[in-house]
Design a protein around this ligand. Sequence first.
Ligand code: F6P
Length: 364
Amino acid sequence: MALRVGMLTSGGDCQGLNPAMRGVAKALYEHAEDTQIIGFLNGYEGLMTGHSLKMRESDFSGILTRGGTILGTSRQPFKSMNDPLEEGRLDGPTKLEAMIDTYKTMSLDALVILGGNGTHKTANLLHENGLNVVTLPKTIDNDIWGTKRTFGYQSAIDIATQVIDGIHTTATSHGRVFIIEIMGHKVGWMTLEAGIAGGADVILIPEIPYDPLALLKALNRRDKKNKRFSIIAIAEGAKTKAEAAMSKAEYEEHRKNSRHPSVAYELAETLDAMMVQEVRCTVPGHFQRGGEPCPYDRVLTTRLGVAAANAIINREFGVMMAYINDEIAHVPLAEVAGRLKYVPLDHDLIQVARQTGISFGDEV
Ligand code: F6P
């Protein structure tokens, strides 16, 4: 009997989704030519409604270098999984029941889910409800527990680094302070790596709350060394020490009431009031997760994809394909779900940054 495998991409997109699916598909077709792959459209939404495509082998050709996802994606909050599929229709199935029903009705042997943190919580729930699930870790944020690296991360670092490089030249010409806001949600991985790669003078990440006065001191130190400009790489989730001391609700209220669209602009206003040098902001935003996957991600996704196909063939389910010590390993979904991978404070990159004169805005 031919293997029938469902596939979906869920959550925010990133580079590498297409080559990852290609890796899974090619290895499955190599294993058995009559493999049937069903592509669910727009993430879990497709699994809930059955909105899907019968994929052909040729659909997976020519997508190694293509950004985005050929299946489309959407965000489906984990906390809504027990809500009715049709809003307000309490006699109908819940979203979870609808997904289980589609899986069974389509007689699937396995389901490959490509996604980030929220996606993994739902993937684990589906596994707990008897579905044969295998997942792949995607996100530019690199915040998925259980894997050293996620795919999309390196491609986004490359883009963020290019942004810092570009800003460097104009900052030098004008002798300005530039604040560059880098994505990463609640963690600082991208800002840390792109900041080091781009030669930022200050790196501000959520894991190390900063003090604006300490930051000013670091900028003044540069001034004393006759450095005309400074580059601050700030993570979108970075907080001042005062903000870090707030409760979750207080912080949300504080952000909601802010005049500024994001943390970079808020910091710019603070610094503007304290210094003579001109301050400017650059926020590359979603540009960081657009475009083609870099060669590193093409290789990583191909490895992860092939590993997912092997897991299906060997009937090893309920696991995420992870990258650990340069090898692909299986990590149980129950371990991954609901946990975030922050930058550890003793990470060697933090030490390396400090020893090369980079400030984290926390020095007294
Ligand atoms: O998780 C990936 C990510 O790009 C984060 O870095 C960012 O905070 C978020 O998604 C943006 O979400 P959206 O695409 O919904 O605006």
